[in-house]
Design a protein around this ligand. Structure first.
Ligand code: F6R
Length: 246
């Protein structure tokens, strides 16, 4: 696991954007797995800046990790809305295809199967991840087992509480989501996990230095051969010197 620690999230975002640029330049039809959440904002700002400086994402395909069940694409807290607001609507030219699971369809189970077919058709070159303070990646929550395919998940109390900051009240946070499973994440050729802030320091130390356990879903990334952690000093504060020098 490569670990890069930056003073500022904005510098980290620029670095992560440069990893995306490298894939765009070396791949004919680059496929990016994308995340939402506050951690991704410096990356999307940097990508928008690069787009204005000449980076062309028009040949790219993007596949988002997850979406809340019950929120339509026009709901301000839906991940469809987030992606449009923070990335897609700000680009000169949008990616060729943009996939986000639909959270307001009548048959979420069928949507999971449709989404897995999308992922099979578009193998992911680079997967962007954030991490929950409980170790979730996408919405793969800590549990006795981790599911491989796209599935419906009951959000944990921890996730509902963390994400309540985006809603008027915790009662408004959806209780369920659709999420890509860990197989699609682990099959990505390259994984870039970003984390900022002292509230992520404990979980980053556990995912890097602890055992691989389903209670810490992000720890499965230890099994992947091309993972880069893009951190700020606060989120890296509890890593051992050995991990930092590895
Ligand atoms: C969202 C997602 C989540 C977030 C995680 C961190 O698409 O995949 O795993 O990355 O909850 O969220 P923030 O960045 O808001 O702390």
């Amino acid at each position: 696991m490569k670990i890069r620690v930056f003073d500022l999230p904005s510098e980290a975002g620029l670095y992560a954007a440069s990893l995306i640029e490298r894939v765009v330049e070396t791949t004919q039809r680059p496929v990016f797995g994308l995340a939402t959440g506050s951690t991704t904002l410096p990356l999307y700002d940097a990508l928008v800046n690069l787009d204005h400086c000449g980076l062309n994402l028009s040949s790219a395909v993007t596949i988002n990790l997850d979406e809340y069940i019950g929120l339509g694409a026009d709901h301000e807290q839906s991940y469809h809305y987030f992606m449009n607001q923070h990335l897609f609507s700000r680009l000169r030219v949008r990616p060729k295809e943009m996939y986000i699971p639909s959270g307001d369809g009548v048959n979420p189970q069928a949507e999971c199967q449709r989404y897995d077919a999308v992922i099979r058709e578009h193998p992911i070159d680079l997967q962007v991840l954030g991490i929950g303070t409980n170790g979730h990646i996408g919405f793969n929550e800590p549990d006795d087992l981790l599911l491989l395919n796209t599935h419906i998940v009951n959000l944990s109390a921890n996730t509902i509480q963390s994400n309540a900051r985006f809603f008027q009240s915790p009662d408004e946070v959806p209780r369920q989501a659709l999420t890509m499973g860990v197989q699609a994440i682990l099959q990505a050729k390259q994984i870039v996990l970003m984390a900022f802030g002292e509230e992520k320091a404990d979980i980053i130390a556990k995912m890097v230095d602890g055992e691989v356990r389903t209670e810490i879903p992000a720890s499965v990334l230890q099994l992947h051969r091309d993972v880069t952690l893009v951190l700020d000093k606060a989120s890296a504060a509890k890593l051992t010197v050995e991990s930092l020098l590895r």
